[in-house]
Design a protein around this ligand. Structure first.
Ligand code: ZN
Length: 242
């Protein structure tokens, strides 16, 4: 059965700014949904302006992996929706958080830290190094690749130490950044991926698409035993001392 992916985007910049509209006329979410659908995933999209931001109970229950792009409207995302997404992740839904999603309410709640970083927007290139070549998210990639134009994100990136660090990015100003980070929260897997500034056509780049496709496969729930909590009867006869 196909992995069910919901691509969430605040969908603000693409409607307000002509330059960005030219790059993503139907929104960043449509481009991401397009290459994921081509890969055979069952894809839907959801945006901020829809009722419950498009993330109703039905949609969340029917989502294996949620992709998140947000920037200027983080504060407009309702806390009730954030709480529901958070609890779905703890129950096994995967999440792929992209670029400025580092400051989204949901990512900060999952990490428990400020998720702050250094940034600069001058159109420089970035070089992404694969530092965990055997990891499923690095499948099919060269040892490193470059993005012609990207916003610089630099350390310190205030996140908890990732369970696995798959990519490190280098920028011409001398900065480095942990740009591909894996986390597990409860039964849910989370992947943060740095590229994707809205004024550059980053999500059209084949290597970037490959990473997101790999991340969806990695983050999808794996069938395992449902945890049981609370008072528990012993499986063996237990002799209690008098
Ligand atoms: Zn940006």
């Amino acid at each position: 059965m196909s992995i069910k992916v919901t691509v969430w985007n605040e969908f603000q910049h693409e409607r307000m700014n002509e330059k960005i509209k030219r790059i993503y006329p139907d929104g960043i979410h449509s481009v991401i949904a397009g290459f994921l659908a081509k890969e055979g995933f069952a894809v839907r999209t959801a945006t901020l302006d829809q009722p419950e931001h498009g993330l109703t109970d039905e949609v969340l229950a029917d989502t294996d992996v949620l992709i998140w792009w947000g920037h200027r409207a983080h504060k407009m995302v309702a806390d009730e929706v954030v709480d529901k997404v958070h609890s779905r992740v703890l129950n096994g839904m995967g999440m792929v958080v992209l670029h400025s999603g580092h400051f989204s309410k949901i990512f900060k709640k999952l990490m428990g830290t400020t998720c702050n970083l250094k940034w600069r927007e001058i159109g420089e290139h970035s070089r992404i190094w694969v530092v965990e070549p055997g990891h499923p998210i690095a499948a099919g990639l060269p040892p490193y690749f470059e993005i012609p134009h990207e916003e610089m994100y630099g350390e310190r990136f205030d996140i908890p130490a990732p369970d696995t660090l798959v990519f490190i990015s280098w920028f011409p100003g001398g900065e480095v950044f942990r740009s591909g980070c894996c986390f597990q929260r409860g039964m849910g897997k989370i992947f943060y991926f740095q590229p994707g500034h809205e004024t550059y056509p980053v999500y059209y780049q084949p290597e970037i698409q490959q990473v997101i496709i790999n991340a969806v496969r990695w983050a999808a729930p794996t069938p395992g035993p449902q945890p049981v909590f609370g008072n528990w009867k012993p499986l063996e006869e237990v002799k209690v001392k008098e």
